[in-house]
Design a protein around this ligand. Structure first.
Ligand SMILES: [Zn+2]
Ligand SMILES: [Zn+2]
Length: 98
C-alpha cells in the first residue's frame, strides 16, 4: 500500500489532498479555508464564504420574444373587449331609450 507524502515535506505523510490541484499535503501545508494548498497558489480563487455571502434575489428574467408578443395580444384583446362592451352599452341605451 503506497503512502502519499507531502509535496513540501517528503518526510511527512500526506493527510490531505488539495481540492484544487490534487497535491498531497500534510497537516501543516493544508489550508482548510481553500481545502487545499497553503502556499497561496490558489489565492486568486475567490473563497466561498457562505456566512458573508449576501442572499441576492435571482436576476429578473428577461421577457422572451414570445412573452412580449403574448402581452401585446392580451393588451389588444383588452382594448377590443373594452370597446365592445362600451359599444354594446351604447347600443343598449339607444334601444331602451326608444
Ligand atoms: Zn493546490
Ligand atoms: Zn507539508
Amino acid at each position: 500500500m503506497e503512502t502519499f507524502h507531502c509535496v513540501n515535506h517528503p518526510d511527512r505523510a500526506a493527510v490531505y489532498q488539495c481540492r484544487q490541484c490534487g497535491k498531497a499535503l500534510c497537516e501543516e501545508c493544508y489550508d482548510p479555508a481553500v481545502a487545499g494548498c497553503l502556499d497561496g497558489m490558489h489565492a486568486v480563487t475567490p473563497r466561498v464564504n457562505h456566512s458573508f455571502q449576501t442572499i441576492q434575489p435571482p436576476p429578473r428574467k428577461q421577457d422572451s420574444a414570445g412573452m412580449i408578443a403574448w402581452k401585446v395580444i392580451v393588451s389588444i384583446l383588452a382594448v377590443i373587449g373594452g370597446a365592445t362592451i362600451l359599444f354594446l352599452a351604447i347600443c343598449g341605451a339607444m334601444i331602451f331609450s326608444y
